[in-house]
Each structure stands twice: as C-alpha cells, then as structure tokens.
Design a protein around this ligand. Sequence first.
Ligand code: AMP
Length: 129
Amino acid sequence: MAYKYDSENIFAKILRGEIPNDTVLETDHALAFRDIAPQAPVHVLVVCKGPYVNFDHFIDEASEEEIVDFNRAIGQVTARLGLNPDEAHDGTGYRILSNSGAHGMQDVPHLHVHILGGRKLGRLVERAD
Ligand code: AMP
C-alpha cells in the first residue's frame, strides 16, 4: 500500500519547530500539545514524530518501537492530566479518537490522536437518521 505523505502539513511544521505549540509531553517518537481550538476543557493532540498520514499508515509501516512509544505517550498524557478514571488516579475519564480520511473528517493529514476530557462528552457520534 503506497501512502502519500505531505510534509507541508501543519503538524509537520510544528514538529520541525516552524510553528509554536503548547507542549504537554515529548517522547522519542511522539509530541503531545494542546489543541488550538479545544472542543472540551482538556483537548490534547498526540502526534507521532514519523511521517505517517493516518492510523492505517502508522500500523502498516511504523516500527514496533514507534508504535509502543506512541501508545505509551497517550497513556502518559492521560495520567499527567489526571484524567484516568482508575482508583489510583481518581480522574473523571476521557475519550481518545483518531480521525482518518473523508468520512472520519480528518483535517490534518499526519497521524494524531485526540484526548478529550474535563466534561461529560456526550455520545460518540451523531445518528445519521
Ligand atoms: P483532525 O480533524 O482530526 O485532523 O483534527 C485536527 C485538529 O488540529 C483540530 O482539532 C484543530 O483544532 C487542530 N489544530 C490545527 N492547527 C493547530 C495548531 N497549530 N496547533 C494546535 N492544534 C491545531
């Protein structure tokens, strides 16, 4: 499968330091920063550092090290922000999601996961009918 990555997308520019960001966490293979147009009191994006268009591209072509680091980074952000609903953290919970392609309504063609929390988030998707 040939994926076409556009290195001029806005997250690539953030990763190159050309555009500022409000960093929450950085690991070897991931950068987490606050969304510029938050949809909830907590809205953080976790972006992989490698040039992957979406989740499918990442899972097909990323190394095991990148996949583990990226997923651990998501967990580190939810812990750091006190969102974890387990007994140890006593947070109020959160939602993670990643948009892909036209129906997923992905705007930025560089793999990222949204972490949303800080309020009751409602249903996952609107009913179409
Ligand atoms: P998506 O529709 O899943 O591709 O989401 C892209 C997200 O990136 C949106 O929630 C935007 O608000 C967010 N975004 C766009 N530009 C920036 C930026 N410069 N810094 C932080 N977040 C951004």
